[in-house]
Design a protein around this ligand. Structure first.
Ligand code: ZN
Length: 110
């Protein structure tokens, strides 16, 4: 079956990596979501605050992926793949995968 409107499909694919602000359903923290990549895209849920090189190293050591947050001249934010070994940190702001903060344990509140 052929797509009756290939223009819409192309527009959806072109906008898939646009960062959308939302809240985490578990902890209610503000996050950015997007589909990063054009082929075999990966669903990204990232913290919206850019991180520096030290925080990126800590994030990577904790198993979190890091991403470029690219802003176009029209103000559209996109989340794209980042390989920290090949791309300098200062090229674009870097954001990291979101991890919900730990919930307080009842015994530690007393
Ligand atoms: Zn969360």
């Amino acid at each position: 079956m052929t797509n009756p409107n290939p223009g819409i499909t192309a527009k959806i694919a072109a906008a898939a990596d646009h960062a959308r602000p939302t809240t985490c359903p578990r902890c209610r923290s503000p996050v950015l979501t997007a589909w990063a990549g054009r082929v075999a895209a990966l669903r990204v849920v990232a913290d919206p605050e850019p991180i520096d090189a030290t925080a990126e190293i800590l994030a990577r050591l904790n198993g979190r992926l890091t991403w470029f947050l690219i802003t176009s001249s029209l103000g559209v934010h996109r989340i794209t793949w980042r390989n920290p070994t090949f791309t300098p940190h200062a090229k674009h702001p870097v954001i990291a995968d979101h991890v919900c903060p730990p919930h307080p344990v009842q015994e530690t509140l007393l």
